[in-house]
Design a binder for this molecule. Structure first.
Ligand SMILES: [Ca+2]
Length: 287
């Protein structure tokens, strides 16, 4: 009997050791973990696509200032407008390609319409134009070639003052996803207009498992730098081309050869967006 109790005690000690919280060894930076005390420890075996296992990238004192959870049945026009209705690249932006599925998701769709292609773009221009903050969205990618999805920020003064990106702002592509990228997406910055002075910088983020399922894309914008993340893991940090003016949010699908041959696509095909959330430091605290 005493031997049995001794063995049980050893098993308990081993179990407690094995389940103790471990440091996030894969974390490339010191995110604030204090705000997510209930999340389980990460292990190398958790696939990147696993939901809600990532830790919190936003600074601890940031507060939610704007969000769309897409819980309604139609696009909330107090927050968004249809953007660029009409021809754009190799498709036509139409309202009908922007829908909500009634299950909490925005659905941006590319579809055939006779010999044309219809697709979708929405923006918060004139309705919500934040300066700095932490931006996050949760998405499920389109599956077909010939179109790409993007979550991006654009400046109303883009390119107006060449050589002064702080004043003019930048196009900040928080993500661009093409199915041909597979388990990779692209973060891209554009500034100094789209003409001869145009400049850009980009980073491919390779994340195992990225091609399937739902993913959370984060972006922290401060006066000093940009920090991008995918599923809670930092993927790019740069102080290049930092905009210091308010910008608006865009969600889009675009049709073009960059993404491959749209004639080979099985359509309709959609990008699903679970939410867009924006957090900022309270105004009484200096950014
Ligand atoms: Ca939702």
């Amino acid at each position: 009997m005493r031997k049995t109790l001794f063995v049980l005690a050893i098993i308990c000690v081993l179990f407690a050791t094995a389940t103790a919280d471990r440091p996030l060894a894969s974390s490339p930076q010191s995110f604030d973990r204090a705000s997510v005390p209930t999340q389980p420890p990460q292990t190398a075996r958790i696939p990147a696509a696993a939901p809600l296992l990532s830790f919190d990238q936003k600074p601890a004192d940031y507060k939610l200032v704007w969000a769309d959870e897409f819980d309604g049945k139609t696009l909330d026009l107090s927050k968004w407008d249809y953007r660029g209705l009409g021809p754009r690249r190799a498709a036509i932006n139409v309202k009908d390609c922007v829908t909500l599925d009634g299950e909490g998701h925005l659905v941006l769709t590319t579809k055939r319409a006779g010999k044309e292609y219809h697709t979708a773009m929405i923006a918060t221009a004139g309705k919500f134009e934040p300066l700095y903050g932490y931006f996050e969205c949760r998405v499920r990618w389109q599956k077909q070639p010939g179109h790409w999805s993007a979550f991006w920020l654009q400046s109303p003064a883009y390119g107006k003052s060449i050589g002064n990106v702080a004043e003019s702002g930048a196009e900040i592509d928080i993500f661009e996803y093409l199915t041909k990228f597979g388990d990779s997406l692209q973060h891209t910055l554009h500034w100094d207009g789209y003409g001869p002075d145009h400049k850009s910088s980009k980073k491919a983020a390779d994340v195992p498992g990225l091609g399937d399922g739902w993913h959370t894309i984060g972006f922290l914008w401060t006066p000093r730098e940009y920090v991008f993340s995918v599923d809670g893991r930092e993927t790019w940090r740069t102080s290049e081309a930092v905009s210091r003016r308010a910008e608006y949010i865009i969600l889009s699908l675009e049709v073009g050869n960059w993404a491959g041959d749209i004639t080979a696509a099985v359509l309709p095909d959609s990008l699903l967006v679970d939410y867009v959330r924006v957090y900022q430091r309270p105004p009484d605290r200096k950014e």
